[in-house]
Design a protein around this ligand. Structure first.
Ligand SMILES: [Zn+2]
Length: 75
């Protein structure tokens, strides 16, 4: 587990304003750019190259957008 004090001093290296990150499962997610930084052996890897992008949280009523139905056409 990540120490709360450590979490408070960590900031997203990809954002100029250095926003705080929050713990989500086994990674640290930037609240601004949604990059998720992995935690390896208890050590947060705050590297942009190692980060993945978290999908939008589906907290609000999901409006399905930009997802056209695909049916496999055999041409
Ligand atoms: Zn960020």
């Amino acid at each position: 587990m990540i120490d709360q004090k450590l979490l408070e001093i960590l900031a997203c290296p990809a954002c100029d304003e250095r926003p705080p990150v929050r713990l989500k499962e086994d990674r640290l997610v930037c609240s601004v750019c949604r990059r998720a930084y992995p935690i390896r052996e208890g050590i947060p890897v705050m590297l942009v190259d190692e980060a993945t992008i978290e999908p939008e949280e589906e907290a609000e009523s999901g409006a399905a957008s930009a997802s056209a139905p695909r049916d496999g056409k055999a041409a």
